[in-house]
Design a protein around this ligand. Structure first.
Ligand code: 5GP
Length: 117
């Protein structure tokens, strides 16, 4: 897999506003936030897309959600609620090919995402 901007953030080759780090993952604020709180939680293991996940990754991906819940509490958005999303490939709107969980909150979000089709 070719290196992405997110590998470079993990390796501290480019800066990011990091809010959490542990052995398995890194979380940092999105550079182009789509909500008052918009944080990306990424595994340190470089996995390109959700399509590439295997059973070996179950613990890693589960951990991203546990960390998302923790950060949501820290950011004060847990009670009102928030959105998590992991986009896959072109139709999913993926632009960086290193899986990442979006954590979005601080305002009410619509559902379905494209009500007019
Ligand atoms: P995707 O479209 O792949 O689901 O989400 C990629 C996200 O990464 C986008 O929301 C985009 O704003 C964010 N992003 C892209 N490059 C950078 C960067 O260099 N730093 C940070 N913090 N976020 C980035």
């Amino acid at each position: 897999m070719s290196e992405t901007i997110f590998s470079r953030i993990i390796n501290r080759e480019i800066p990011a506003d990091i809010v959490h780090e542990d052995e398995q993952c890194l979380a940092f604020r999105d550079i182009n936030p789509q909500a008052p709180v918009h944080i990306l939680i990424i595994p340190k293991k470089a996995i390109a897309t959700v399509n590439d996940l295997t059973e070996d990754d179950e613990k890693t991906v589960g951990h991203l959600y546990v960390v998302a819940a923790r950060i949501a509490k820290q950011e004060g958005i847990a009670e009102d609620g928030f959105r998590t999303a992991m986009n896959c490939n072109e139709h999913g709107g993926q632009s960086v090919y290193h899986i990442h969980l979006h954590l979005l909150g601080g305002k009410a979000m619509g559902w379905p995402p494209f009500p007019n089709g």
